[in-house]
Ligand binder design. Structure first.
Ligand code: PEP
Length: 253
């Protein structure tokens, strides 16, 4: 059965001391995650170990990197390999966030390689997809997202694709305060699931968690997560406020 997931994306925010306070404040708040629910914290690289230590022994809570190299190891100055991440206990990685696609020229082919390196090491890629505003305005979002999935994921076996978490994030809703309506999220996420069912089969499609991302906050999380094909959220801004993100965790189905 697919998991319901609240994933925080701290992006390039917070000092180390602020990060310590945020995770401590959040962990002190009441939340309960059953075995079908998870909370994941995608934090800056220098904070991974600290957050991993804080989460040690807690059930259904994980730390994630916001990126990893497509290379295994070697002379790639400034890059961080999956092996390095796993050596400090990190087994989840956000792959292909729209900010990495836009500012660091990450394309579907490169992201396919990053997904592969995660899966071949039994790590979980949280694969982001989603269209820019111009594509949404032209009502071409389905084809746009289908191409992203096709080029980065459909080379995977039926067994492997089920290990991927997909985050649908319309770029026009990220950090803008403009949220897709819950119906818009449901429509495209149902489309994504149907595409996967066509490419693989219904059982595979029904086993994959598809998160929504784009200005999710405490006040709208429950409504968005209540949609049949929305299995939680990838949350930027609101994940930087302990009470907000805790409410989002408590809004999971
Ligand atoms: C994100 O960073 O993936 C995101 C969805 O950001 P925000 O929640 O701030 O829109």
């Amino acid at each position: 059965m697919r998991k319901q997931i609240a994933a925080a994306n701290w992006k390039m925010n917070l000092t180390y001391q602020q990060a310590e306070k945020l995770i401590d404040d959040l962990l002190a708040l009441p939340h309960q995650l059953n075995d079908n629910q998870q909370a994941i914290f995608a934090v800056p690289f220098p904070y991974l170990q600290m957050v991993a230590n804080r989460l040690a022994g807690k059930q259904n809570v994980f730390v994630a990197a916001q990126n990893c190299s497509n290379k295994k190891s070697g002379a790639y100055t400034g890059e961080t390999s999956l092996e390095i991440l796993q050596s400090i206990g990190v087994n989840h990685v956000v792959i292909g966030h729209s900010e990495r696609r836009e500012y660091f020229n990450e394309n579907n082919q490169l992201l396919a390689e990053k997904v592969d390196i995660c899966l071949s090491n039994n790590a979980t890629p949280i694969f982001c997809c989603g269209e820019p505003l111009s594509v949404r305005e032209a009502n071409e979002q389905d084809a746009f997202v289908a191409k992203q999935l096709q080029e980065s994921l459909y080379h995977l076996s039926a067994e492997d694709i089920q290990k991927v978490v997909i985050a649908y994030e319309p770029i026009w809703a990220i950090g803008t305060g403009k949220t897709a309506t819950s119906q818009q999220a449901q429509d495209i996420q149902a489309f994504i699931r149907k595409q996967i069912a066509t490419q693989y089969n219904d059982a595979v499609a029904n086993n994959i968690s598809i998160l929504y991302g784009g200005s999710v906050k405490a006040s709208n999380a429950k409504e968005i997560f209540s949609q049949a094909d929305v299995d939680g959220g990838l949350v930027g801004g609101a994940s930087l406020i302990a009470e907000e993100f805790n409410t989002i965790i408590n809004s999971l189905k």
